[in-house]
Design a protein around this ligand. Sequence first.
Ligand code: IMP
Ligand code: MG
Length: 195
Amino acid sequence: MNKKSAEPRVQEQLCRDVERVLFSADEIQDRVRGLGKQIDERYAGKELLLIAILKGSVVFIADLMRAITIPHEVDFLATSSYGASTSSTGIVRILKDLNEPIGGRHALLVEDIIDSGHTLAYLTRLFSARNPASLEVVTLLDKPSRREVEIDLFWTGFSVPDEFVIGYGLDFNQKYRNLPYIGVLKSEVYQPGSE
Ligand code: IMP
Ligand code: MG
């Protein structure tokens, strides 16, 4: 068990559908601050545009943009989600495109989790064709054991095991995004009768 989950504050908030806590709110904040510093150094003096992929990365980008001290802009993109399933179909649909062109700008895609890699493989192809000055990815979580397509040029907050995770923006069936920590969803929630 993660030692932080023994803290009374976390215990109180522990949702009954959470198997265990992987990263506490404090651990996430520390890591996000670290990523903010790296981004400051990498993009100093450059025109940085953060692109959040809705909805999962909303909580992450809200903290990340405040951990970045250099001037930057943000834009939002919405893609189709899994619905009530826990695995990717490999088919990505754009529900809402960016408001601004990215040609000549340093674009940094902000993602909640890279799983099969299909979503980002599609999006990096799509955005490269718009001729940004650079195109990189920062993901809060990475599930490397599930990768089906190679993704390069990305920074990761934490690696996670092959389990379905929720909280800090990540959902199952649109719920649990408001949990302040990241936890593993109990399998009986998505596979009723599996206890
Ligand atoms: P991919 O296309 O398989 O890489 O999946 C990417 C998207 O699937 C992520 O941006 C998430 O929105 C969602 N996803 C993948 N794994 C999880 C998970 O464990 N919890 C919640 N959402 C997930
Ligand atoms: Mg996502």
